[in-house]
Design a protein around this ligand. Structure first.
Ligand SMILES: Nc1ncnc2c1ncn2[C@@H]1O[C@H](COP(=O)(O)OP(=O)(O)OP(=O)(O)O)[C@@H](O)[C@H]1O
Length: 264
């Protein structure tokens, strides 16, 4: 489904500020894989998401979806295949647009006609049905401005907008990290439900070690621009947080330095 082939990315090459963000990364996700991603500060997790979504290009290497190389395509041209939810609840929705206008915009993602706000009766019915799946009453507030929603409600809307057009890949970039524990738990369970129902191929960056182990069918660990461990489902299900941290230290030679780490 998604293949990353020998991708490398260097920032400020040849200068004293040179930073290795990705170094010869190879990753293959099978259809329906739900992969959690953990790693130390500056390990390259966001850069990995960025080269998949098209925010930036790798210096070398290929990114393929369904066998087609997409690394030269701009972000907007990939958007129909890739849904992404960011850490910041403000990032995924337009605050001055209503809930239904936001959904209409997501519905047209990747279409040539661009960003339309039009909502007709059948589309409104579809939006209401989709929103009711979230179970938080947003279907009764179609005309409310997204900017007036709470962080958790906006993140739930972002998750729906990223997934309801059936992209090929879902990227979750610490999407529960900015929420309080109750709202984070709600968004986590909505994520599990949506991914299970839609069978979306998903890559989720998290600083929560317990979540990284419990969610999904595979876990990858990054350090200094490399994938240093790829844990299959058979091992992941019996893994504990101390074992995971121990594995990191054993392979990388130092303890996991993550200033936002949540153990569980
Ligand atoms: N735009 C940029 N310009 C220069 N250096 C950058 C840029 N973006 C990232 N880097 C550097 O590239 C490396 C990888 O960064 P990246 O943000 O991908 O790591 P990360 O694993 O997401 O980190 P964190 O968990 O701390 O957010 C880091 O050393 C970072 O400082």
């Amino acid at each position: 489904m998604l293949e990353i082939d020998h991708a490398s990315k260097l920032f400020n090459p040849g200068t004293p500020d040179e930073k290795v963000a990705l170094m010869n990364v190879r990753l293959k996700l099978n259809p329906g894989d739900f992969v959690t991603v953990i790693g130390s500060n500056g390990a390259g997790k966001s850069t990995l998401m960025n080269i998949i979504s098209g925010v930036m290009k790798p210096d070398i290497g290929e990114v393929r979806i369904g066998g087609n190389a997409i690394q030269e395509l701009p972000e907007h041209a990939r958007s129909r295949w890739i849904g992404r939810v960011f850490q910041d609840p403000m990032a995924g929705t337009a605050p001055t647009m209503s809930i239904e206008e936001n959904l209409a915009m997501a519905y047209r993602r990747g279409e040539k006609r661009g960003l339309g706000r039009g909502v007709n009766a059948s589309r409104r019915k579809l939006f209401r049905e989709q929103l009711s799946r979230l179970g938080i009453g947003l279907e009764e507030r179609l005309g409310a401005k997204a900017g007036l929603l709470s962080g958790g409600e906006r993140q739930a809307l972002s998750l729906l907008m990223a997934t309801f057009t059936q992209p090929r890949i879902l990227l979750l970039d610490e999407h529960t990290a900015a929420l309080d524990p109750a709202r984070a738990a709600l968004i986590t369970s909505l994520t599990e439900e949506i991914v299970r129902e839609t069978k979306l191929t998903t890559l989720m960056v998290t600083h929560n070690m317990e979540q990284a182990i419990r969610l999904g069918n595979r876990l990858i660990m990054m350090d200094k621009g490399r994938i240093i461990l790829d844990v299959p489902e058979s091992r992941k299900s019996s893994l504990t947080v101390p074992q995971l941290l121990g594995e990191f230290e054993r392979i990388s030679g130092s303890a996991l330095s993550d200033d936002r780490i949540v153990l569980g």
